[in-house]
Design a protein around this ligand. Structure first.
Ligand SMILES: Cc1cc2nc3c(=O)[nH]c(=O)nc-3n(C[C@H](O)[C@H](O)[C@H](O)COP(=O)(O)OP(=O)(O)OC[C@H]3O[C@@H](n4cnc5c(N)ncnc54)[C@H](O)[C@@H]3O)c2cc1C
Length: 362
């Protein structure tokens, strides 16, 4: 007979980690499945070093529960102000290790690594099995709506015009202040004049180091570093420890749910009676030339994500979290940051457990 799970979570990035732990804590036998060989997703493997979307514009945590707990466990400093927003610098190794520690504490959670989502069987608008496991509910945390793709339900998509990809890599031995806009401009101008695609510098926890988000290709990274070493004061000895860089994709696919969160909801700081998570991150769009467009919420405000945006419209036992929530291209440009993915993941884990309780009573 096939193995049975109450809840299956597909994808173990920020959203999937939160969803799986919260579903297991709600007493449900939970399966976490990922095509990678361990947990982390974009937050654990892309080179990112700042966790965004945890705080309001005064630096206070917006979501209690697992998002705050996970952030507290990986934190090595308090959140830092970056312009009008706040970010938590973190190390990717610690992000992955803390996820494993949370999993080890949950006796009702099982993981399956190196496992691609394969067959998904639907009957009477419910998923009844997945990869031959019998399942009661499913949470799609794949970042690209892989469950929805398998069963052919309606999705929305971002693209390279608003959520362009980037190469992310650390740059060590940088002996120059880089993290204010004025300081960065002195470096960015000569790079632009030399014809390099757009570059963005972010903080990380290593001394004399910055994290680079580069709109060019992985093949252009060595010439970018060579140019910095040859021409920019303070970068003479800079280098990256990465042997090979790769492209990280911002663009995702969102599953249409009972409610589609819009960019207008985000910018109006809309509140909902069925609020499941809060976020105050701006609508952050990147075009293919690497130019950012940031649209902020009113000062002191946050918006809410309703539970209906975490429930698929057409499939009764399908939930979503992270980059796959039911949101339009503007709303996901805010809600895709990891602090928000942790919060929607935690909420989806609890919603899926509640759904099973209700289904049992009927
Ligand atoms: C260039 C770039 C810069 C960014 N900068 C920041 C930043 O500074 N701060 C911030 O907070 N956020 C940033 N983000 C956004 C953030 O990293 C992601 O939106 C977030 O991590 C998404 O989390 P997730 O859990 O939804 O999905 P992911 O982290 O993408 O996790 C999805 C998981 O699903 C698995 N999966 C996918 N398909 C399958 C399948 N078919 N079968 C099995 N498993 C599957 C994957 O292996 C992966 O582990 C950035 C993103 C990009 C691309």
């Amino acid at each position: 007979m096939s193995e049975q799970f109450d809840i299956a979570v597909i994808g173990s990035g920020a959203a999937g980690i939160a969803a799986a732990v919260c579903a297991a804590r709600a007493g449900r036998n939970t399966l976490l499945l990922d095509k990678n060989n361990s947990a982390g997703g974009t937050g654990g493997f892309s080179g990112l070093t700042t966790l965004c979307g945890l705080c309001d514009d005064t630096g206070n945590f917006l979501n209690d529960g697992f998002a705050k707990e996970f952030a507290g466990a990986i934190a090595e400093t308090a959140p830092l102000q970056m312009g009008k927003a706040w970010v938590l610098p973190y190390r990717q190794e610690k992000f992955r290790a803390i996820a494993e520690k949370f999993f080890a504490d949950e006796s009702k959670l099982q993981t399956r690594w190196n496992t691609l989502l394969a067959n998904v069987v639907v009957e009477n608008n419910r998923i009844i099995s997945l990869n031959d496991f019998v399942v009661g509910a499913v949470i799609d945390c794949s970042g690209s709506a892989e469950v929805a793709r398998k069963i052919g339900i309606e999705c929305l998509e971002t693209d390279e015009t608003t959520q362009a990809s980037a190469v992310i890599f650390p740059l060590h031995n940088v002996v120059r202040e880089m993290l204010t806009s004025a300081a960065a401009a002195q470096v960015l101008l000569p790079l632009a004049r030399a014809g390099f695609p757009s570059v963005n510098f972010q903080s990380n926890l290593e001394p004399n180091s910055v994290t680079v988000k580069f709109a060019g290709s992985p093949e252009q990274v060595p010439s970018l570093i060579e140019f910095l070493r040859a021409t920019i004061h303070g970068f003479e000895n800079c280098s990256t420890p990465l042997k090979k860089s790769s492209v990280a994709r911002r663009a995702g696919r969102m599953i249409v749910g009972e409610y589609v969160l819009t960019g207008a909801d985000v910018l109006a700081a809309k509140k909902f009676p069925d609020a499941a998570a809060k976020c105050a991150w701006p609508v952050e769009q990147w075009n293919a030339a690497g130019k950012t467009r940031l649209r902020y919420l009113p000062p002191g405000e946050h918006y809410e994500i309703p539970a209906r945006s975490l429930r698929a419209a057409k499939i009764k036992n399908l939930f979503m979290a992270g980059k796959t929530i039911s949101a339009d291209v503007d709303a996901i440009a805010s809600a895709r940051v990891m602090g928000c993915c942790l919060a929607t993941g935690a909420a989806a884990g609890i919603l899926a457990a509640d759904y099973l309780d209700c289904a049992k009573q009927q």
